[in-house]
Write a protein that binds this ligand. Structure first.
Ligand code: SF4
Length: 708
């Protein structure tokens, strides 16, 4: 990577994870761009991981789709013109709607789509198709944290404070989070925390690269971190560490939460989690000692069938110790996907409208319907959540439009989901590469990528960012906004789907105005000049009347939430009276081992893009089964031996990777690959009752050696 930007370098952001690292792009010969350091963006200050550094390789014409593909009579996907492809999609969707009704049409979006695309996709589903059946893969990402945050604070924003607060926190507990692999440049914040004398506690069943840097690593049995948080809260109460004044002044529901925690004795928690009582006490001591402290969760606690309550238990710990809503303190979620935050705010989620409004709220429906120029009664109600939508394919849902997602690899119980996709009457996929899901489609549309289009994303801090176009897309490729425009027109809606991202953003601003995620005071000019703006950022009232403390001056944005009051009706944070319960699937004689899944540093999500980058593939060429030497010895397995991991949903085969850094009762598989090593063949689609998050992080399996 170059250290200085060329004069014609375009400042923009990485296409991958939620850190949204800043980078400069300079067009070079061969139809791609060169990445160079962009030190002015505060989140990463020029640092990039290997994924970001090599992202331009997916822009090269040989690595991506450059022509629509249409399935021919003999079953092959063949190059076709745009008109033919769009006609075929519009015709098929129209026929399905005429025959089965609008809710037989499904739309499946992605957490990598820009805010403009997420907004336009939600509007397209509800206004053009008239279907309620839209959700996105972000449901599989952080939905439990979003549900728990909304329940406790009245508002979900991944981090309610900027990353720059982490080094000043005194103590940070990272729960089920491995940023050293998922977003390496973020580790500088945790390093600075420790250099400042603060402590880092990592809760993870594996001794991950992040856990190796911790002052204390707690390794609970998968699916028991809810009990761990309750055990810590029990000790907080028993040791007199509750911040009584804060609890009295800023919270509600403490007595019920306290009673629930007191039922979780440390010795009982040790039996459930496998974490010894002295370690539990040490964690409480480290967490309570400094004036400021944070709990940050990621997919570990969230991707469980009790994910909302598990996150709620960690929030309770923050509330009882007076952490939330105070400087350099509190609870936050490290969202995963590039626009996982913005993607859930603007209407591609089954139950939400732009501005993070509830689809069931009559006032929200009226407001958004007015912006869209339709009657509020014409807007459908909430639809199925992501897994439920995929599970209904081929039965209640007959035709599906997928935009920026690869559920064949990333969905739980993936072989079943693949079967449901194959059973559809019609499948259309918009993607940059021929993903495993696109391979099943009747029509594939090749779309522009991050460096070829302008648009906004919202990173894990709630910082709205401007990605800029640095490159002319290859001929034969169109943007997702052009796709929606083309389909809307063919389906009889001529207006309301502009192809210019800024025009879409201007409408999004109006649609979000007054909502929880208010972007109305943000525009492209500000984003360019200010290097991002934190929402909520309302527009000043035109008459300078009842304002947001800024008169008619632009609102500065809101880096820190909840310092004065929480976003609940009474301004108080709400404790949740949660209790431990087993995972949906516990080990038994037939399936005696626990499986947990996750990520490796060189691959991103379903791997559709990163598996096409030679350097990343060389670093992480395929899946593996990580297991403890004790379990390996019981199986008679040695390093590299092929192992079959079998769950009630299927079988996956991958080589053994033996390490003492995992519990003997647990195996780990990364989920980035399709085929026989596909980890999500095994995972359990049991859903959290509130967030509808599947239980990716824990299921029961048996492990067998594979004889040649
Ligand atoms: Fe891109 Fe995330 Fe890597 Fe930053 S950490 S370069 S945003 S993948």
């Amino acid at each position: 990577m170059q250290n200085t930007a060329a004069p014609n370098a375009v400042p923009t952001h990485c296409p991958y994870c939620a850190l949204q690292c800043g980078m400069n792009l300079t067009p070079v010969e061969g139809g791609t761009v060169e990445v160079s350091e962009r030190a002015d963006f505060p989140v990463n200050r020029g640092a990039l991981c290997g994924k970001g550094r090599t992202a331009p390789q997916v822009l090269a014409p040989g690595a991506r789709l450059t022509s629509p593909l249409v399935r021919s009579r003999d079953g092959a996907l063949m190059p076709a013109g745009w008109d033919e492809a769009l006609d075929r999609i519009a015709g098929s969707l129209g026929r399905t709607r005429a025959e089965y009704g609008a809710d037989a049409l499904g739309v499946f979006g992605g957490g990598g789509l820009t805010n403009e695309k997420a907004y336009a996709l939600g509007k397209f589903a509800r206004v053009v198709l008239g279907t309620s059946q839209i959700d996105y893969n972000g449901r599989f990402c952080m939905s439990s944290a979003a549900a728990a945050g909304t329940r406790a604070f009245g508002l979900d924003r991944g981090l309610p404070f900027p990353l720059e607060d982490i080094p000043e926190a005194g103590c940070v507990i990272l729960v089920g989070s491995n940023p050293a692999e998922t977003m390496p440049p973020s580790m500088r914040y945790f390093t600075a925390l420790r250099e400042n004398g603060g402590t880092l506690i990592v809760v993870d069943p594996r001794r991950t690269r992040t856990a190796e840097q911790a002052d204390l690593h707690l390794a609970p049995r998968p699916g028991t971190d809810l009990a761990l948080a309750l055990g810590m809260l029990h000790l907080v109460v028993a040791e007199g560490r509750v911040d009584e004044a804060y609890v009295e002044e800023r919270t509600s529901g403490w007595e019920e939460a306290r009673a629930a925690a007191m039922a979780h004795w440390p010795e009982y928690v040790e039996r459930i989690t496998g974490v010894a009582v002295p370690e539990l006490r040490e964690a409480v001591r480290l967490f309570c000692a400094p004036e400021a402290a944070m709990v940050l969760t990621a997919r570990g606690p969230e991707q469980q069938a009790k994910g909302t309550d598990t996150v709620g238990a960690w929030i309770n710990l923050c509330l009882a110790t007076g952490r939330a809503g105070r400087l350099r303190s509190g609870y936050g979620c490290l969202t995963g996907q590039g626009n996982g935050q913005g993607g859930r705010e603007h209407g591609q989620k089954a139950d939400q409208l732009p501005g993070y409004r509830k689809l069931t709220d009559p006032a929200a429906r009226r407001h958004v319907a007015e912006v869209w120029g339709v009657g509020p009664d014409s807007l459908p109600g909430p639809g199925r959540s992501a897994y439920e939508l995929l599970d209904a394919l081929g039965t209640d849902i007959r035709s599906l439009l997928v935009m920026g997602s690869n559920p064949v690899v990333s969905a739980p119980r993936a072989a079943h989901v693949e079967g449901r996709l194959r059973s559809l009457d019609f499948l259309a996929v918009c993607d940059v590469v021929l993903s495993e899901t696109a391979e099943l489609a009747d029509v594939v549309l090749p779309v522009t990528q991050w460096a070829e289009e302008t648009g906004t994303t919202t990173n894990l801090e709630g910082r709205v960012l401007l990605r800029r176009r640095a490159l002319t897309p290859p001929e034969g490729v169109r943007s997702d906004l052009e796709v929606l425009h083309g389909l809307a027109g063919r389906l009889g809606v001529e207006k309301g789907f502009p192809v210019e991202p800024e025009e879409v953003f201007e409408e999004l601003r109006r649609a979000s105005a007054g909502g929880p995620a208010d972007y109305s005071g943000i525009d492209y000019r500000r984003l360019a000049e200010e290097n991002g703006v934190f929402w909520p950022c309302p527009a000043p009232p035109a008459d300078g009347g009842a304002d947001h403390g800024t008169g008619t001056a632009p609102h500065p944005g809101t880096p820190r939430l909840f310092l004065d009051r929480f976003a609940t009706e009474d301004g108080r944070a709400r404790f949740a009276p949660v209790a431990h319960r087993p995972s949906a699937e516990e080990p038994d004689d037939a399936y005696p081992v626990l499986l947990t899944t996750g990520r490796v540093v060189a691959q991103y999500q379903s791997g559709a893009q990163t598996r096409r980058v030679a350097e990343l593939n060389a670093a992480a060429p395929g899946p593996f089964v990580e297991l403890h030497p004790l379990l390996a010895a019981r199986l008679g397995a040695t390093e590299g031996d092929p192992l079959a991991v079998v769950s009630r949903r299927g079988r996956a085969v991958a080589p053994a990777r033996i390490t003492t850094g995992i519990r003997p009762d647990t195996v780990f598989m990364p989920f980035h690959w399709p085929g026989e090593g596909r980890a999500n063949t095994l995972t359990n689609p049991a859903l959290d009752p509130v967030s509808r998050m599947p239980e990716f992080k824990v299921c029961a399996v048996r492990v067998e050696t594979v004889r040649p």
